[in-house]
Design a protein. Structure first.
Length: 218
């Protein structure tokens, strides 16, 4: 079995080889559309969000236009993403807040982002890293699961996993690594496609692991 330091180096090198220039999974054109897309992705696949957002952007692709759209009209479009009553209110309200308090701009500030309706720490982290290129390590349920399979965290919760990953990987790798792990998880180490004993990284890091790796949910 590899030492943790060896696992970290191997994982980083492998992901860089597989995904040297990974695109951001959510289609967007600026910080505002990314913010809305990430908000919609809660408990929903990126693929489904990308199917819904073109119709939403036709309706409104900036806070000024979105603030004029009724919550019901937003809800009708985003319904396939789930949690549409809550998400539609959040999109409407955060758009009005951006206009009234931030000149219609998405603030480049983690603490402020986390105060916006429907925006939690993970969403704020994605926007900071992908829209503004500020180092952040957004940990979702998928990254949380893979980090446990790879022995990088105790996996008590996503907050602990985020701390562990930030400590193990250099800051300049965080933004890209977040996306690389997501793509690797989809292709090789999904929740059903691998149990910690099948994919290349799992089997290389833990060649003697015989039983499935039980992971804690986020």
């Amino acid at each position: 079995m590899m030492l943790k330091k060896e696992r970290v180096a191997y994982i980083s090198e492998t992901l860089e080889e597989l995904y040297p220039n990974p695109p951001i999974p959510l289609d967007h054109k600026d910080p505002y559309t990314l913010l809305v897309a990430v908000l919609l992705s809660a408990q929903c696949t990126d693929e489904r969000v990308n199917k819904v957002t073109p119709d939403l952007w036709k309706l409104a692709d900036n806070p000024y236009d979105m603030a004029k759209v009724s919550v019901e009209d937003i809800k009708a479009i985003i319904k396939p993403c789930g949690l549409s009553p809550r998400k539609s209110k959040a999109i409407s309200n955060l758009s009005k807040i951006l206009i009234n308090q931030y000149q219609g701009e998405v603030p480049e500030d983690m603490d402020i982002l986390e105060t916006l309706p429907g925006v939690g720490h993970k969403t704020a982290s994605v926007v900071m890293s992908q829209a503004f290129n500020v180092p952040a390590f957004a940990v979702d349920t998928h990254i949380h699961r893979l980090a446990q399979r790879w022995g990088l965290t105790s996996g008590k919760n996503v907050a602990q996993t985020e701390k562990d990953l930030k400590r193990l990987f250099p800051k300049e790798r965080w933004n890209k690594l977040h996306i690389q792990i997501i793509y690797y998880g989809r292709e090789y180490c999904s929740s059903r496609g691998c149990d910690g004993t099948i994919c290349p990284i799992c089997t290389t890091c833990y060649p003697n692991r015989k039983n499935p790796k039980i992971t804690r949910k986020a």
